[in-house]
Ligand binder design. Structure first.
Ligand SMILES: *Cc1c(COP(=O)(O)O)cnc(C)c1O
Length: 444
């Protein structure tokens, strides 16, 4: 049963705060330290200031060092820095071979930048449903979306939860598709003992200010494939084409001698600001130990809620060889049928009234958004989604039933950065209190 102590045991039986009772967390607004992120010390400040003083924001010597260190951390040979995750993912699609008229398969429940920029390559997207427990792409819902022009599967390790890589890689091999991992939620997460981002043909991720690995506005592409790495450089890092490219066939186009310098094949610039790279080098030194602390705290929170009706953890088995990494944007799974069909919004409002923090839930399902259904972005006289494909790839809302209703089945939870068990117990008690008294809300 629940780990909550007798002190918090009393809290859960008191009247609900939203109905006029005492708050479970009366001093919730004083716990800034428990949630503050990223952790920035004088060492980060020193690293950033030295780049500013030297005026080397647009150089790439420090970025190169950061790339080498990030590649080591991931356990892959190559990493390439980007100004954001969106551009790193666009490049990942390009090096995976996505061209005009090609399709990628992407889960519907994710941030738009897992897929929307495929339009910039003249390609399009087909959405797959997500698994209701992992919230990652459902391997059983991939094959029906594969067509003659499908090039790649985009995998998102959603809210830190590793996707089912064995099943996904088997499907990719069978159909000769590339696998791209979007690691923006899951820096440092393990799948069967190996870090996510090292399974796909190519991976990319955001490192923007609120991600679990947060260094400002930045992104990273990683791969074990030298050709993909050099293609990525040729596509977006024109200033490195002459020095860093070694493969003759890529160098011949992008680093051709006779020009003053290479030109970016994609006409886009992918350089990371070196203040971010400098901060990244410092952050990476401490990241592994900091996420161990987060994992302890978040697992403790869920241990406190074991057996509580209506709510389930979104997590891998604690202590197993799969982890949640930095546990970005943590959520819980909601089972309203166990709570008199109390709507999730009412549940969340009642928890917030207990003094809990307001938490973001999951992303809305992309396949229902008008931008993907109707928008003619480039003046083709029809929706871009189908203008860029050889077949009609439109999908009805109810064709992906789990994704369609996902917002009713998930809720945000506090994102603890410190394992302060006494405080975590009180936050857990707020959720337990509302769940255990749900009938008082649904009967209203
Ligand atoms: C944040 C995020 C991105 C985009 O990264 P930016 O750095 O904001 O461009 C892509 N995919 C997912 C899943 C994200 O959460």
């Amino acid at each position: 049963m629940s780990k909550t102590t007798s002190q918090t045991g009393k809290i859960v039986t008191e009247p609900l705060a939203i109905l006029g009772g005492p708050k479970a967390i009366p001093d919730g607004n004083t716990h800034e330290d428990l949630f503050h992120w990223p952790i920035v010390t004088a060492e980060d400040e020193q690293a950033v200031v030295s780049v500013l003083r030297a005026g080397t924001m647009s150089s790439f010597d420090i970025t190169r060092q950061f790339e080498t260190e990030w590649a080591d951390y991931q356990g892959v040979p190559y990493a390439l820095g980007y100004p954001n995750g969106t551009m790193a993912l666009l490049t990942a699609m390009y090096v995976a071979g996505v061209r005009r008229g090609d399709e990628i398969i992407c889960p519907s429940v994710t941030y738009w930048a897992s897929t929307l920029q495929v339009f910039a390559l003249g390609g399009t997207v087909v959405f797959a449903d997500v698994d209701p427990n992992t919230l990652c792409i459902d391997p059983n819902d991939i094959e029906r979306h594969i067509g003659p022009r499908t090039k790649a599967i985009m995998v998102v390790h959603y809210c830190g939860h590793p996707a089912d890589m064995d099943a996904i890689l088997a499907i990719a091999r069978k159909h000769n598709l590339k696998v791209i991992e979007d690691v923006s939620h899951a820096h440092g997460a393990l799948y069967k003992g190996k870090m996510v981002g090292s399974f796909g043909d190519v991976s990319a991720m955001s490192m923007m200010a609120i991600k679990s690995f947060a260094i400002g506005e930045a992104g990273m592409l990683v791969t074990a494939n030298q050709e993909m790495y050099e293609q990525a450089m040729a596509f977006t890092h024109y200033e490195r084409a002459l020095t860093d490219l070694t493969l003759p066939e890529i160098k011949a186009i992008a680093g051709a001698p006779g020009f003053a310098t290479g030109l970016p094949l994609g006409g886009m610039k992918g350089r990371m600001n070196q203040t971010c790279a400098a901060m990244g080098r410092v952050q990476l030194k401490y990241y592994p130990q900091r996420i161990v602390e987060i994992q302890k705290a978040m697992n403790y929170f869920w241990d406190c809620l074991e057996g509580v009706p209506g709510i389930r953890p979104h997590r891998t088995k604690p202590g197993a060889d799969c982890t949640m990494g930095g546990w970005y944007n943590p959520v819980g799974l909601y089972r309203p049928e166990e709570l008199n069909n109390l709507p999730v919004e009412t549940f969340v409002k009642a928890v917030e009234a207990e003094g809990g923090r307001s938490c973001r839930g999951v992303n809305f399902p992309l396949h229902t958004h008008p931008l993907f259904k109707e928008a003619d972005i480039y003046g083709d006289g029809k929706p871009t989604r189908i203008a860029f494909s050889e077949r009609d790839v439109r999908q009805s809302d109810d064709s992906l039933p789990v994704s369609l209703h996902i917002e009713d089945h998930a809720f945000g939870i506090p994102y603890f950065k410190k394992n302060q068990t006494d405080l975590i117990e009180r936050y857990a008690a707020a959720f337990k209190k509302v769940a255990c008294q749900a009938e008082k809300l649904s009967s209203k």
